[in-house]
Ligand binder design. Structure first.
Ligand code: FES
Ligand SMILES: [Fe+2]
Length: 420
């Protein structure tokens, strides 16, 4: 009888263990996080705009830079998508050979939206209204019912680049050419880091509020200090600790670990600069800090070294180094309307760290939603009252102002152009 009982228990244990292993393998290798907080995004986000919310005195609403319009996986060969962002309507299409082009969505003939119902033909896009065919450079290649194509039959072609599984468009209020570009991350392009999932949010705030968070060191313990779970029941059980925070604006070249370390340890908030560097990294800023989860005010677990490289106004490469290896999160911030930002995070890690990466991704999402709560309700403080410890916020604002130019749209001008 005892033997039978032991055998049954062991068999049950074996079955449960096998199921658990299958679940863990599935979660680590096949499951992808897809946290989209507000599926009905625009109306849901607008819900948060209180009728009497004060805007404050705003900087221009669309900075100059590269902005992500789509993830690569969202645009297959031969597909076209209509994307609205930066007060513009884009027809983003991938040719039969896989090249991404971005055209103004409105056809110069009679104004049809080529992103809605347009058809990719080889390397070109065919308008759905009268079938004029446009090349990726915007020129009309052929008109099915006319022998000659008029020289002014062309549509604006936007500069684009596809890198790190993201499709970016270049926006510049003075129509200047790009002088920098998001760079490919080797581990993503060679496939050693796998895509582990994403999240997506819409937030009602000025775009500058989002990257300013990186330079705002004082908010770390108030907003991101409390533990994610059981905080109300056991307030002393756990807390997140954020230490050694350093924010640096790059001037010329600012890319090696030594550059940042040597600058930051001795003189925390200075600008890193190399006089004779040929490259210009002025469009970058770096935040470094250390995270741990402190249990019972005593034991530190989940220790991570965090490095966030802000690249231009709308893109961040976030690297989290744990004792098991690195994780990478790419953040994109794209202004959809003057005060409506679309934000995504894509997580990458080695296959081996898949499960860990997904857990961290969910943690990052919960932390990010705390910032969202603030952004969705705040005003823009143009002349904030600051203390000495807040000085990196001024450094950040000075750095960010490089992305505005004489004709950058204001809230008023951008809002007028959107009214139909
Ligand atoms: S409106 Fe596009 S072809 Fe006529
Ligand atoms: Fe934050």
């Amino acid at each position: 009888m005892i033997l039978w009982w032991i055998e049954t228990t062991l068999s049950a244990l074996l079955i449960v263990t096998t199921i658990m292993v299958f679940i863990l393998v599935y979660l680590a290798l096949f499951f992808k996080v897809n946290w989209v907080r507000y599926p009905n995004h625009q109306s849901s986000a607008k819900y948060f705009i209180a009728k009497h919310r004060k805007r404050g005195t705003l900087p221009p609403v669309y900075p100059n830079g590269w902005f992500a319009l789509l993830e690569s996986s969202e645009l297959k060969r031969g597909e076209v998508k209509h994307v609205t962002a930066i007060g513009e309507n884009f027809a983003v299409f991938r040719t039969e050979t896989g090249i991404v082009n971005i055209l103004d969505a409105y056809c110069p003939h009679l104004g049809a939206n080529m992103g809605e119902g347009g058809v990719v033909k080889g390397e070109c896009l065919e308008c759905p209204f009268h079938s004029w065919i446009f090349r990726g450079d915007g020129h009309c290649q052929s008109i099915p019912y006319a022998e000659k194509v008029p020289p002014n039959a062309k549509v604006k072609a936007w500069k684009s680049c596809e890198v790190n599984q993201l499709i970016f468009v270049w926006y510049h209020a003075e129509s200047e050419k790009p002088n920098w570009k998001p760079q490919s991350i080797e581990e993503i392009s060679n496939g050693s880091w796998k895509y582990q999932g994403r999240n997506e949010f819409y937030v009602n705030s000025h775009i500058q509020d989002i990257p300013e968070n990186g330079a705002d060191q004082a908010h770390l313990s108030s907003v991101h200090g409390p533990a994610m779970f059981l905080q109300d029941l056991f307030p002393n059980l756990a807390r997140h600790s954020w230490t050694e925070a350093v924010w640096i604006a790059c001037k010329k070249e600012c890319k090696t670990e030594e550059d940042i370390t040597s600058t930051s340890t001795s003189l925390p908030n200075v600008v890193a600069e190399r006089e004779n560097a040929e490259t210009n990294d002025r469009h970058k800023a770096i935040l470094r800090l250390k995270h741990s989860l402190v249990l019972f005010e005593k034991y530190k677990i989940l220790q991570l070294s965090v490095e966030a490289v802000q690249i231009g106004p709308g893109y961040v490469e976030l690297r989290l180094d744990s004792r098991w290896g690195p994780l990478c999160i790419l953040q994109t911030v794209t202004p959809v309307e003057p005060l409506l930002q679309r934000i995504t995070h894509l997580m990458f890690s080695s296959r081996f760290l898949g499960l860990y990466a997904k857990v961290v991704m969910i943690g990052e999402t919960v932390m990010f939603e705390r910032d969202l709560q603030v952004w969705n309700n705040k005003t823009f403080a143009k002349t904030p009252v600051l203390v000495k410890q807040d000085r990196t916020i001024l450094d950040f604002r000075r750095w960010f102002s490089q992305f505005y130019s004489a004709n950058s749209p204001t809230f008023q001008s951008a809002s007028e152009s959107l009214s139909w």
